[in-house]
Design a protein around this ligand. Structure first.
Ligand code: HGY
Ligand code: MN
Ligand code: MN
Ligand code: MN
Length: 403
């Protein structure tokens, strides 16, 4: 059995790094002092668990336990969204460390190497696309992406240099030795709560397509410009955003979100001349995502023409949906049944590093119940009991796989 007290203490300690005392939200973004502090803390936990710790060329933090030319990899991320919760990503990394720590204490001698990874920049809070570390490990990251800049115009490449990372050649991070990858993660939805279950086995992961849309009109005087002759970028963007919602309301399980919106010049008495907004579009079926992408862009173009504004767009990230491995689903199911819990399978609407690792290894995911399905929010919560039972299940599966 894992040491639940130790795991819960580690979760509590990590959650203090980047915490906004006023809101309780966690702001721990990649390439920041808060992340550096978190890396130091997690490194200590990995070393206490008997692991040697390295950081690869793009910044993935990797703890290694045991030998062998085949690797069982466990992972998730320790970066957060703005005002995030204390469990998204962090639970997966800390539970994986707890599993290895228990294996170490029990002096089990796994025949395979076990690695725990805190993937770099999973949330993509700063540079416009996410899953940076896992896409590099899967050989999917491009040199062009390393030129992406943040709002201050700093490129990822520069942020990496400032963090003493040298990412080129990107091939050095690409892995081919991973026999199986397992990620434990909070569900971030309401399905397990509705089923009154603490855990579930993930069968597939919907992939987020991220677009950036720019609407350009004309900045003019708010008082001296009659309504009929305006080329208002913000009212045009508003109609576009509602059109996206309308289109998706008519689908079954596809989802689209406009989470970021920048208005310029952003003055009370200035008709907005330029608006940039993000679109996050998801479905478990890649063809449905492409069809919706076409339809959305067509509708936005029609609105732009009618309102005499221009529209440009660019793809920030396009990731393939992933199916989890049947054998790993089966192993997780056996471990769940050993705890006397009804096994239950579900898809993940949220994206995870596991999607990228599916390119280079069989993947498995174990979900932990989220209270009220809330996530990406300071109120994100999973109970101590659920966390402990889930981590024991995770431990049982890892021990089986690493025999
Ligand atoms: O966006 C996601 O689904 C994940 O939280 N990065
Ligand atoms: Mn997240
Ligand atoms: Mn996550
Ligand atoms: Mn993840």
């Amino acid at each position: 059995m894992i040491n639940g007290v130790r795991l819960l203490q580690h979760l509590q300690d990590l959650s203090q790094i980047g915490r906004n005392e006023k809101t309780g939200g966690i702001n721990r973004f990649s390439f920041t002092p808060e992340e550096k502090q978190a890396i130091e803390l997690v490194t200590t936990y990995m070393e206490q668990a008997g692991m040697s710790v390295t950081i690869d060329a793009v910044g993935n933090l990797i703890g290694t336990y045991g030998e062998g030319n085949e690797t069982i990899m466990l992972g998730s991320h320790i970066d957060t969204v703005p005002e995030g919760g204390k469990f998204d990503g962090a639970l997966g990394v800390l539970a994986a460390i707890e599993v290895v720590h228990t294996i170490h204490e029990q002096q089990l001698l796994p025949s395979k190497k076990i690695q725990v990874v805190a993937f770099k920049d999973e949330e993509g809070t700063r540079f416009g696309f996410g899953l940076l570390g896992s896409s590099a490990m899967a050989g999917l990251l491009t040199e062009e992406q390393l030129q992406h800049t943040d709002e201050a115009g700093i490129a990822i490449e520069q942020a990496m240099k400032d963090f003493h990372l040298s990412p080129y050649p990107l091939t050095q991070v690409h892995r081919h030795d991973i026999k199986a990858y397992l990620e434990m993660h909070i569900e971030q939805g309401k399905v397990l709560e509705n089923e009154d279950l603490p855990v579930g086995v993930v069968t597939g992961i919907a992939a987020p397509l991220w677009l950036e849309v720019t609407v350009t009109g004309v900045s003019e005087h708010a008082g001296a410009t009659p309504m009929p002759i305006r080329q208002d970028a913000l009212t045009a963007a508003s109609e576009m955003i509602l059109a996206i919602e309308q289109l998706l309301n008519n689908t079954t399980d596809s989802v689209a979100t406009v989470g970021k919106l920048m208005v310029s010049p952003n003055g009370t008495n200035v008709i907005p001349g330029k608006v940039t907004f993000s679109i996050d579009l998801r479905d478990i079926d890649e063809n449905k995502v492409s069809a919706l992408e076409q339809e959305i862009m067509q509708q936005l173009q029609q609105i732009a023409e009618r309102r005499h504004v221009t529209l440009t767009s660019k793809v920030l990230q396009r990731i393939k949906p992933a199916k989890t491995d049947a054998m790993l689903q089966q192993q997780l199911t056996i471990s769940i049944e050993k705890q006397g819990i009804r096994p239950y399978s579900l898809i993940s609407g949220a994206g995870h590093d596991a999607m990228n690792i599916a390119e280079i290894a069989p993947i498995g995911m174990l979900f932990v119940r989220s209270k009220d399905g809330i996530s990406h929010n300071p109120l994100e919560y999973s109970s101590d009991e659920d966390i402990i039972v889930a981590t024991n299940i995770f431990y049982d599966t890892v021990v089986e796989l690493s025999k």
